[in-house]
Structure formats: C-alpha cells, structure tokens
Design a protein around this ligand. Sequence first.
Ligand code: ROI
Length: 166
Amino acid sequence: MERIYIGMGSNLAAPADQLRSAVQALAQLPNSRLVGVSAFYQSDSLLPGQPRYTNAVAAIDSALAPLALLDALQAIEQDQGRERHERWGPRTLDLDILLFGDQLIDEPRLKVPHYHMHARPFVLYPLAELAPASLKFADGRRLEQLLADCPFVGLERLVPSAETNQ
Ligand code: ROI
C-alpha cells in the first residue's frame, strides 16, 4: 500500500461536477481506498484565453502499481469526456499523480513527483489540507518549504456550499 496524492482539474462542462464525479470514480478503484479530498479552489488558467479552472487534490491508499493507476486515471478522464486535442488545451478533467508514496518514478509515461507541482498554488494549497507540512518529497524538499515559496495568490477557496458551477 502506498499513500498517493492525485491532482484534479477541470475548466469545461461544469468543473465542480467533474471533480465530484472523479472523486466517486476514485472511490471505486480496485485495491484502493479513498482517504480524503481537499476543498475545491478556483483560479485563472496559467494560459490566457481559457476558462477559469477548478482544482482539488485527493488522497488514496492503493496497492496498484504506478502505471496501472495511471491507466485507471486515464480511463476516468476518458469516461468524463476528455478529448486530447492540444497539449495544454482546456479539459473536462485532468487527473495527475502528484506523489506516489516516496517513490521517484521516471518513466516515459509517468514522472513522479509531478513536474509542475512545486510552484503551483492550486496544487500545493489543496495538498496541504491532506498532507502534513513535514511531507518530504522523494527529491528531498518538504511541503512546507514549497508552500513558503508559493504565495497564495490568485486562488479562491470555495466553501462547500459554493462549489457550484460556472
Ligand atoms: N491553470 C489552472 N489554474 N489550473 C490548472 O489545472 C491548469 N492546468 C493546465 C494549465 C493550462 C497549465 N493551466 C492551469 O494544464
């Protein structure tokens, strides 16, 4: 069993509903248990000209191997209508393996810790709701250090009753 953190994002087709459906799908993963889900956060896209994103992080305990989990997450993305047109295009659902226990994974299909998580407030702040500040990344950095270097800017934490869709 490993504790795995999964980043979730959507900026199309009722984003908060997309995240709620994704959470239900994560709860059904084989040989796995859903441990927690952060609040939902809204922020502007890092790329101009796209709708705002809703992001959250989920924690699971799983006995799945990393690539088996990646396959399962991509199947959930497909089920929820993800179409891959352009690399950084808008999406109904994006599921990223952020951390997989303390494993360092460097495969063509999967790099963990996730490349871009270290400086993205919409990843780090929801992650901090679920993980201890002392959480140490396989590359030696601690979550508290990453947070200190990543101001809470441009992020809107939705209270559960406001997790409706735009
Ligand atoms: N911007 C935000 N706010 N949230 C995301 O999940 C996100 N994902 C992306 C890009 C287009 C880089 N911007 C994002 O892939």
